[in-house]
Design a protein around this ligand. Structure first.
Ligand SMILES: [Zn+2]
Length: 207
């Protein structure tokens, strides 16, 4: 499997596969960009990242160095290594036409959103060797670099970002992994500082 080094333009999706042992680095090129991400077992996509199992395994809701991302079958999927941002969200989910309508205004329905971006990437992917992934295959996602603080009373807030230009997070694949990213196009809340920007995705072999 060849190594990857690509820039995902602002608001665009991306899909790719990394082999077990490879390290994936996601770089927030210009800062304060939310990167909605899902991971699947590349050999059996019915197995995928599980927010619940990951939170339960590490007894915490934020992701950073040392976090092992768990699958819906309770198996380790990837481990977070170097992380120069320091916190990533497990709870905020992906924006959608529906959430834009409910949270902001009816006129926001047509706007680009992560759920549609995920589906667009899956349609383009069209892996003839495996089952086609559809809406039903989109579980709760990770929001890399996104700041969603939880209040003592249990409330959620989409807050201004804590990332900055050039910050990155690295993940080591513990199995062959299909990576699905929506570089969030959201313009209605501060998850992108109201200004979506490109991110870079790089893989390398672990030393
Ligand atoms: Zn989004």
């Amino acid at each position: 499997m060849s190594l990857i080094d690509t820039v995902i333009p602002a608001g665009e999706p991306w899909i790719g596969t990394i082999r077990r042992g490879q390290i994936l680095r996601i770089v927030d090129l210009e800062g304060n960009q939310a990167v909605d991400t899902l991971f699947y077992n590349a050999l059996d996509t019915a197995e995928h990242y599980s927010a619940q199992n990951t939170i339960q395994a590490q007894r915490g809701i934020y992701l950073t160095t040392g976090t092992v991302l768990m699958t819906n079958r309770g198996r380790p999927l990837l481990e977070i290594g170097e992380d120069t941002c320091g916190r990533h969200d497990t709870l905020g989910g992906a924006c959608s036409a529906e959430s834009n309508t409910v949270r902001y205004a009816l006129e926001k329905r047509h706007m680009h959103n992560c759920r549609d971006s995920f589906l667009l990437a899956l349609t383009r992917h069209d892996d003839e060797t495996g089952p086609r992934l559809t809406k039903r295959d989109l579980p709760s996602n990770i929001n890399f670099f996104m700041n969603v603080p939880v209040t003592p009373a249990g409330g959620l807030r989409f807050a201004d970002g804590i990332s900055a230009a050039g910050r990155y997070v690295e993940l080591r694949a513990l199995m062959d992994v299909l990576v699905l990213i929506s570089n969030c196009p959201q313009l209605n809340n501060p998850c992108n500082a109201f200004n979506p920007t490109p991110v870079r995705v790089i893989t390398r072999e672990s030393a």
